[in-house]
Design a protein around this ligand. Sequence first.
Ligand SMILES: C=CC1=C(C)c2cc3[nH]c(cc4nc(cc5[nH]c(cc1n2)c(C)c5CCC(=O)O)C(CCC(=O)O)=C4C)c(C)c3C=C
Ligand SMILES: [Fe+2]
Ligand SMILES: [Fe+2]
Length: 335
Amino acid sequence: MTPPADHPAIPQPRIGVLLINLGTPDAPEPRAVKRYLGEFLSDRRVVELPSIAWQPILRGIILNTRPKKSAHAYSQVWTENGSPLAAVTRAQAEGLKDAFGPEVLVDWGMRYGNPAIGDRLHAMKTAGCERILLAPLYPQYCAATTATANDKAFAALAQMRWQPAIRTLPPYHDHPAYIDALAQTVREDLAKLSFTPDAIVASFHGMPQRTLELGDPYHCHCQKTGRLLSEALGTELVVAFQSRFGRAKWLGPATDDTLAALARAGKRRVAIVAPGFSADCVETLEELAIRGRETFEEAGGTDFAYLPCLNAEPVGLRMLRSILAAELAGWLPAA
Ligand SMILES: C=CC1=C(C)c2cc3[nH]c(cc4nc(cc5[nH]c(cc1n2)c(C)c5CCC(=O)O)C(CCC(=O)O)=C4C)c(C)c3C=C
Ligand SMILES: [Fe+2]
Ligand SMILES: [Fe+2]
């Protein structure tokens, strides 16, 4: 039946998959970094302090000191395609473009900065997506990453008259496809090294210790990934937590202390991998690959290798395709 002439246009129904990562500055410059950090560190899921106490510290101290230092870190890893985190997340979305058939649109968005989650959800809805899978690309669940990404998406959906049906990607810290993909890349990368490491470190992003006590499963998810990866590789892994921020107690052991302690204990050859990051970013490429190496060598280490994340490598894309396809079950026509 033809709709009346004044009926709003209704596009062909489609399914959307929105890959979500943390977000990154638009440029490796203090002004852009300040804007990004201002949004990121004002998120009450990230810094769980009352605004009245935190905002004066953030605006009065942190945003006047940190952007310059962080901009320098970003400038050391910036690529011709922009920030590594954005470049890789874009490449992951492009790499999965045809993975689920012509009726599935794969896009990407960032929790902070650009492309904004709300803008991408509106674009997907305009393109006809009546069902959307939100996929925060954090293998280990954390309120400061997974939950806030979903919160942001739901805040955008709250503005829509005709909301799409929504699913969210669960944590995949112990998913066999994820562990197998990690084990395969670690094995292949180790085989390319000119040395055999005395120790392999699995470094995860840190969190305040208090979040573990309050019931966030992040620490347990990281430990489980570490154990499963160690079992898959058939070798011991040293689990550590990086990127300490602020004065509160954070999960430990700290990655920098661990690297120095290994060197001092005579483990002179070390490889380090960051299984909690689905894309290489300033935290892996600058903090681990550059500063981690310096820390290790200053403590007497001789050989250091940073092993890249799964990124948009074929093995990483195969893993994402498999875990996303499982979440689309019942939405996609049976294969
Ligand atoms: C992978 C999980 C992550 C958790 C958990 C996390 C918690 C967390 N982070 C900060 C502070 C900063 N993080 C920064 C960068 C950053 N963090 C993650 C991931 C997690 N963060 C990623 C992927 C990145 C890289 C972004 C990029 O542009 O490449 C930064 C910015 C860099 C810097 O200035 O050092 C800060 C600050 C807190 C406070 C926190 C939990 C409480
Ligand atoms: Fe972080
Ligand atoms: Fe735990």
